[in-house]
Design a protein around this ligand. Structure first.
Ligand code: M1P
Length: 256
């Protein structure tokens, strides 16, 4: 199947990227330098992204000249690969709600909303739970927070461990649901079935004949949302500190 990309010198090499902190600053758009290097690298290898966010948000961050993001990458994996595209065409996938069922889902959501209502934090905004195809995203401050409010919450959370404690309580209370609670960004955490972390995306490429799969991510430490795919034996992991770091490693590996 990799022959689809046989115009490229290393068509059996797939390079996957996390989005926030790896290709872009958190929740911001990619710089022209990052876009340019991706276009250069794509001439040599097959490229894809694996983001925790939903496709609409990743599109805002990575779209170029109004073209759909699913066309700028050979593989597009949003929500850890629960929304997946290859060469612009959507691939079949599963959903969080069909895994959990409405009854169990309602108990989880009700508990989270009560917990957030009782939280004494400096400010609250709107959209405390975002329902996505492959996961829910829970935010104590709310997803409508501005960039400044996000940054302030992140600092506050670092000091007071609001999300850590929330996740600890949920892990205990909903142990029988077999879910992963993953703190990947600044103001929220993702909730999805065990195994539906970023390694889920590898299911879509495992029979595609790739000889090497590189993965670039910034939250590669234990507990970070890039950890599982970074340490997976099927990938060659690269831990980066910023989009600039990603550019440097890509240049060294594929362009020099
Ligand atoms: O990609 C990392 C995370 O980005 C966002 O997190 P936050 O809004 O907390 O910064 C979310 O889209 C989250 O789902 C995602 O894992």
């Amino acid at each position: 199947m990799a022959s689809l990309f046989s115009d490229r010198p290393y068509h059996k090499t797939l390079v996957l990227f996390d989005v926030d902190g790896t290709l872009t600053p958190a929740r911001r758009t990619a710089s022209p330098e990052v876009i340019k290097i991706l276009q250069e690298v794509r001439k040599k290898v097959v490229i894809g992204f694996v983001g925790g966010s939903d496709l609409a948000k990743i599109s805002e961050q990575l779209a170029v000249d109004g073209k759909p993001v699913t066309e700028n990458f050979d593989y597009a994996f949003a929500e850890n690969g629960l929304t997946a595209y290859k060469s612009g065409k959507q691939l079949p996938s599963q959903s969080f709600i069909s895994y959990l069922g409405n009854g169990r889902y309602k108990l989880l959501v009700n508990f989270c909303l009560h917990y957030i209502a009782d939280l004494d934090i400096p400010i609250k905004r709107g959209t405390f739970i975002e329902f996505r195809n492959g996961m829910i995203n829970v935010s104590p401050i709310g997803r409508n927070a501005t960039i400044q409010e996000r940054n302030d919450f992140e600092k506050f959370d670092l000091e007071y461990g609001i999300r850590k404690e929330f996740v600890r309580v949920l892990r205990e209370k909903f142990a029988h649901y077999d879910l992963t609670f993953s703190i990947g960004g600044q103001i929220s955490f993702d909730v999805f079935p065990k195994g539906w972390d970023k390694t889920y995306a590898l299911r879509h490429v495992q029979d595609e004949g790739f000889e090497q799969i590189h993965f670039f991510g910034d939250k590669t430490y234990e507990g970070g949302n890039d950890h599982e795919i970074y340490i997976d034996s099927r990938t060659i992991g690269h831990s980066v500190s910023s989009p600039e770091d990603t550019i440097n490693i890509l240049t060294e590996l594929f362009l020099s």
